[in-house]
Design a protein around this ligand. Structure first.
Ligand code: NAD
Length: 349
């Protein structure tokens, strides 16, 4: 398939395809930009309908990482890896060791971490093969470990900013939040929202994850197909991307969309559609930067946990600035965030 004329190709610096016969590994690593530092971004292990879908995901996600890292003020460029899951390539230490060798072969141009379908444990196997991995448990008060709680904290901060801006509420008490996906990030987010007095409506396709949230928190469960259209104040997509489309947006009843999932908008035009409906959208890569902020603190060995926490909490101010600008200019929030990110990358070149 064509790469240079691919709809999601955005002057990516390099694309790398890996296969390892003994473990069954098939992986793609996309390096979008190293203008601000080594290309950093997680590794997604997913069952794709085709190799073409995996490539599309790698291209989109790696560009998103460039933007995310730039707006978060990190000394990282953007990259992303996808491992194509299949029956012939079950999750195994051997698979992640092979993936670690693949990452190592790039000599530090790409730094990996966990994302959907991968765990901290998997990254330990990667670490045996390469130093270019982050998101591993650290000792004492050093930053690092599972990025998900940090991503959830950033989302929580972002939800507060959005609720204040759109609904004029200075507290989340009584605010109804629909959380799509209660996996690593969604569960932590639910805990924070519950502590703040929010009412939780959740959906997931994984019964074990639902059982966990149900055992811990008072939640109302709805079918995954209904969650997006529930009558709530806030919709927090915390599953996969492409949920905000020309067909879903007209039916959404939330006033605020603020969640962790990457690539929530199917196209940039969908940001305009949300703005026209007066739905305040927190650009995904701005609100979900908490995890990569922790990963950066760990990778550069320069931050304590308290410093990472302070940095993650700055997501709230960043979003407030974007929301204020959107109000005064009438421009969609995704457009403003993209412009900011592109300017930062250009200035770093
Ligand atoms: P995860 O795999 O742990 O959780 C995702 C959850 O969504 C799972 O429980 C899954 O069953 C559920 N899900 C899948 N399809 C669904 C559907 N149609 N309806 C409802 N639920 C569905 O992943 P995660 O680490 O929690 O990440 C969630 C999202 O946030 C992803 O898009 C990821 O790329 C993004 N993200 C994660 C981090 C992080 O630190 N983990 C950082 C930035 C962005």
């Amino acid at each position: 398939m064509g790469v240079f004329d691919h709809a999601e190709f955005d002057n990516h610096e390099s694309l790398h395809y890996f296969q390892d016969e003994s473990s069954g590994l098939h992986a793609i690593i996309a390096v979008h930009s190293t203008a601000l530092g080594p290309a950093a971004g997680g590794c997604r292990r997913w069952t794709y309908a085709s190799d073409a879908d995996a490539l599309t995901d790698a291209l989109r996600l790696s560009r998103g990482m460039t933007y995310k890292n730039a707006v978060a003020g990190l000394r990282f460029g953007g990259g992303k890896a996808v491992i194509l899951a299949s029956k012939n390539a079950p999750k195994s230490p051997r698979l992640f060791a092979a993936y670690g060798r693949a990452v190592n072969s790039l000599g530090g141009r790409y730094i990996t971490a966990e994302d959907v379908g991968c765990s901290v444990e998997d990254m330990r196997h990667v670490r045996e093969q390469t130093e270019f991995v982050s998101g591993l448990p650290q000792s004492g008060s050093s930053a690092g470990g599972d990025p998900s709680p940090w991503t959830a904290l950033g989302c929580y901060q972002g939800i507060q900013a959005a609720v204040e801006s759109r609904l004029g509420a200075d507290s989340l008490s009584g605010i109804r939040v629909a959380v799509q996906g209660v996996g690593h990030v969604g569960l932590h987010l639910c805990r924070l929202l519950h502590e703040a007095g929010a009412e939780l409506i959740v959906a997931d396709v994984n019964e074990d994850n639902l059982a966990l949230v149900r055992s811990e928190l008072p939640v109302t469960e709805v079918a995954p197909s209904k969650l997006l259209y529930t009558d709530v104040d806030v919709l927090a997509p915390c599953a996969l991307g492409n949920v905000l489309t020309s067909s879903t947006i007209p039916k959404i009843r939330a006033k605020v969309i603020a969640g962790a999932a990457n690539n929530q908008l199917a196209t940039a035009k969908d940001g305009e559609r949300l703005a026209k409906r007066d739905i305040l959208y927190a650009p995904d890569y701005v609100i979900n930067a908490g995890g990569i902020i922790s990963v950066a603190g760990e990778y550069y060995g320069s931050s304590s946990e308290d410093e990472v926490r302070a940095d993650v909490c700055r997501i709230r101010e960043r979003l407030q600035t974007i929301f204020d600008e959107a109000k005064s200019s009438g421009r969609p929030t995704n457009e403003l965030a993209d412009e900011l990110a592109r300017n930062l990358v250009a200035a770093g070149r």
